[in-house]
Each structure stands twice: as structure tokens, then as C-alpha cells.
Write a protein that binds this ligand. Structure first.
Ligand code: PMT
Length: 392
């Protein structure tokens, strides 16, 4: 579902070098069938011309007060998004200043306000900027980003405006219908590590991207999400309780400790099926001969959850290099699942450690295909399918 279709986005642009990114943002929002009305501060017009934004948005750009413009625009918006938002604008917003059209309409609107900060990393980390952001968040303002990276001034750090593609993703999540309001969901993600000795382990290529995207989509749909994650390089998603674990045994224990009163369990993690029977206490020394490591099965977390006396709606994943449909359906039945999402692995660019994926979804007497797409898009689609199945 495209959550931005027909949404009326009032895009406020303030005076920073990142204003050039706003042109691309307007284009991408319009591609998503949103309506965009641009309002700029005087300083912003020195960084990017009104003509560019008018051409892209198909609407006149407002800069100065125009009779009742601030009231009309404030009422029109489904969301006021300030991107980029300078440190100065953040301060103005925090203290309720109304010294130009954009700050005035922020005061006059009942629509949600989102800001995408863009500033030098030192300014972003300044205590007063952080304090202002906290105050704004407490008043319900949503802060998107900032991103970390190299900056126009030559510094490297946090303070870059999010790329427009990431902002559009964030807005898609923001407008996700709250169909899972207050429902408790437990999600596993990432790989597990089964230690052979203190420095070596058995693991796999799971990056956690699929599971983290599902956690974010579920949270955006209003769910109360707990994410149990193996070792990954991703930051814990904002507003989601994230529990870090290492081994399959750790994951099993964490899942069992949190499963009570859960409506949905989604097992995206690539859990190791086997672990060494014994873990060497010290680093195993190289010898001239072959080395044998004896393995035993790990607990099957998914099957243990579906076996509970009152199991949640249980969704498994199947990662297969061949016979995708056959093996996935077997796992659906063997593990007594409500649903399974099967993905082909072993193909570059899909499945493990990639931005994109494609899912074949099965339940007892049906199924559907989710075509190749970015994992964030697939995650939103999967949450919709799970909700529909659960309600039916
Ligand atoms: O993390 P990414 O890089 O984004 O990649 C995503 C993914 C490919 C890892 C993901 O989409 C995926 O397919 N996850 C499941 C991988 C897997 O372990 O599949 P499986 O077919 O071996 O296991 C079947 C199901 O049983 C899975 O839901 C798994 O979480 C669960 N399981 C497996 C073993 C075990 N001991 N306990 C389990 O709960």
C-alpha cells in the first residue's frame, strides 16, 4: 500500500546547503502521488530558487506572508515537513517564534510536524540543539534523522539531512495505518553465533535488514514491538525495545522470556541449526592433521513457540537455495505455523545481506507473492498480509 497517496505535504525549506536535496524530495513525493506545497524562508531562496521548486511541485511557492496564507496552508496540510531544518529554525520552533511565514504556520497548524535537521555536526551535538529537539519531541514533533557522514564544511559526523529516498521511506512509515495499535509483537532478526572456541564461531550472512525493516513496519502500524537480534551492524530502531543476543540458545531464552501476551511472533532470524557440542576454553591450536568438530542441533525456537499452549499468530521464514515452494510448505506444516514467508537465497542481490528481497507467502490453504522490492517496502506489505490473515 502506498501510504503517501493523496497526502498533502507542506514542505518547509529553511536556509542551509542541504536545501538542494529538497528538489529531489519534492520529485520523489510527487512520484508517490502526494501533493506538495512548498513554503521557503527568505534565506532558503538564496540556496535554491523558487522556480525550481515551482516546476517540480506544480504549485506557486510561498515565501512571505500573504493575507491569510499561514492559516489556509496550516489547515491544508496533512503534515508539515521541514526539510532541511536549520539549528536556528529548530530554536525558533522550540520557543514558538512566529517571525516569518513558515514559523507562523507551524504555530497555526494542527497537522503533525516533522523535521529533518541539517547542520554542522558540532551544532547538532550542541547541548542547546539537543535540548530543543527533546522539547519538540515531547510536544509530538517527529525528528527524521539526521544522517551521519561527510558534511559540506568538511567535517564528518551526525548532522546531514536524510537522503530524500530515506525521508520518503520514513514518511511512508509515518502514515502507515495504525492497524496493530497496542498489539504486542515479538520479532527475531539477524544471525546467531555458535562458538567453537573463544575466537571462532559458526554463523551465516544474515545482516538483520529484513527483520529490522519488519520491526519498523510493525511499530509504524502501532504495534508494541520487541526485537530480539543477533549480532548485526544496524542501529537499534527508534522506539523499539531491542534485545541483543549471540547464540541460538540466548535467542531461545530471550524469546521464551518475552513471549507471554504476544499477539504475533515473526521469526526472521537465521538461527544456526547446529552448534559445537563442546566449546574449547582456549583457542584451538593449528595441527598438521584435519580437525573434527562435533555438532548438535540447537533448540528450534519457532517450533517451540508454535507448540505453546496459547501460541501467538506465528510467522516463520524459509531461506532456500532450491525447491523453495516445496520446502517452505513442509516447514509450514512441520512447525505448525500460521504463515511462512519463503525467500530464495544464494542469488546475488536477494535474500541474505542485500537491500532487496522477494517473498512467497503461504498459509494452510492459500498464499501470495510479494514481488522483488526494497526490504522496507516488503516489510510493510508483509505486515499488511499478516494483519489481514490474523483478522480473517
Ligand atoms: O538478515 P538479512 O540479511 O536481511 O536476510 C534475511 C533472511 C534471508 C535471513 C530472512 O529473510 C530469512 O529467510 N530468515 C530465515 C532464515 C532461516 O534460518 O531459514 P530456515 O529455513 O533455516 O529456518 C526456518 C525458520 O525456522 C525460520 O523462521 C527460522 O528463524 C526458524 N528457526 C530455525 C532454526 C532454529 N534453531 N530455530 C528457529 O526458530
Amino acid at each position: 500500500m502506498n501510504n503517501l497517496k493523496n497526502k498533502q505535504i507542506l514542505l518547509g525549506i529553511t536556509g542551509g546547503i542541504a536545501a538542494y536535496k529538497s528538489a529531489d524530495l519534492v520529485r520523489r513525493l510527487i512520484e508517490q502521488d502526494a501533493e506538495v506545497q512548498v513554503v521557503m524562508t527568505e534565506t532558503a531562496t538564496k540556496f535554491i530558487s523558487t522556480l525550481t521548486l515551482e516546476a517540480l511541485s506544480g504549485k506557486s511557492v510561498y515565501v512571505v506572508h500573504d493575507a491569510m496564507a499561514h492559516i489556509d496552508l496550516a489547515r491544508w496540510a496533512d503534515m508539515v515537513l521541514i526539510a532541511p531544518a536549520t539549528a536556528n529554525f529548530l530554536a525558533n520552533l522550540t520557543y514558538g517564534h512566529a517571525n516569518d511565514l513558515l514559523s507562523t504556520l507551524c504555530l497555526a497548524t494542527a497537522a503533525p510536524i516533522g523535521i529533518a535537521p541539517a547542520m554542522n555536526q558540532q551544532m547538532w551535538h550542541a547541548a542547546i540543539t539537543q535540548e530543543n529537539c527533546q522539547k519538540l519531541q515531547q510536544r509530538g514533533v517527529t525528528i527524521f534523522g539526521p544522517a551521519i557522514g561527510s558534511q559540506a564544511c568538511g567535517d564528518v559526523g551526525a548532522g546531514r539531512m536524510l537522503e530524500s529516498v530515506d525521508l520518503v521511506d520514513a514518511l511512508q512509515l509515518f502514515f502507515q495505518p495504525k492497524v496493530l495499535k497496542a498489539k504486542k509483537i515479538l520479532i527475531t532478526a539477524g544471525p546467531t553465533r555458535e562458538h567453537i572456541d573463544p575466537v571462532r564461531f559458526i554463523s551465516n550472512r544474515s545482516s538483520g535488514k529484513m527483520g529490522y525493516a519488519i520491526a519498523e513496519a510493525a511499530s509504524a502500524a502501532g504495534a508494541d514491538v520487541t526485537l530480539i537480534s543477533g549480532p548485526v551492524c544496524l542501529s537499534p530502531p527508534a522506539g523499539i525495545e531491542t534485545i541483543s543476543i549471540n547464540s541460538a540458545q540466548d535467542m531461545y531464552e530471550a524469546v521464551m522470556a518475552h513471549i507471554k501476551n504476544t499477539y504475533f511472533f515473526i521469526s526472521t532470524a537465521a538461527v544456526s541449526d547446529y552448534r559445537p557440542i563442546e566449546q574449547a576454553k582456549q583457542k584451538i591450536k593449528k595441527t598438521a592433521t584435519t580437525l573434527q568438530i562435533n555438532l548438535e542441533p540447537t533448540p528450534d525456537i519457532l517450533a517451540s513457540v508454535s507448540k505453546l499452549e496459547k501460541p501467538p499468530f506465528t510467522v516463520g521464514f524459509a531461506a532456500e537455495t532450491n525447491n523453495l515452494v516445496e520446502y517452505a510448505k513442509k516447514k509450514l506444516a512441520a512447525k505448525k505455523l500460521d504463515m511462512i514467508a519463503a525467500n530464495q537465497v544464494g542469488i546475488e542481490g536477494l535474500g541474505f545481506d542485500s537491500e532487496e528481497n522477494a517473498l512467497s507467502i503461504f498459509w494452510k490453504d492459500g498464499g501470495l507473492e510479494l514481488a522483488r522490492a526494497n526490504k522496507k517496502i516488503l516489510a510493510r506489505q508483509l505486515i499488511e498480509v499478516i494483519t489481514e490473515r490474523f483478522n480473517s
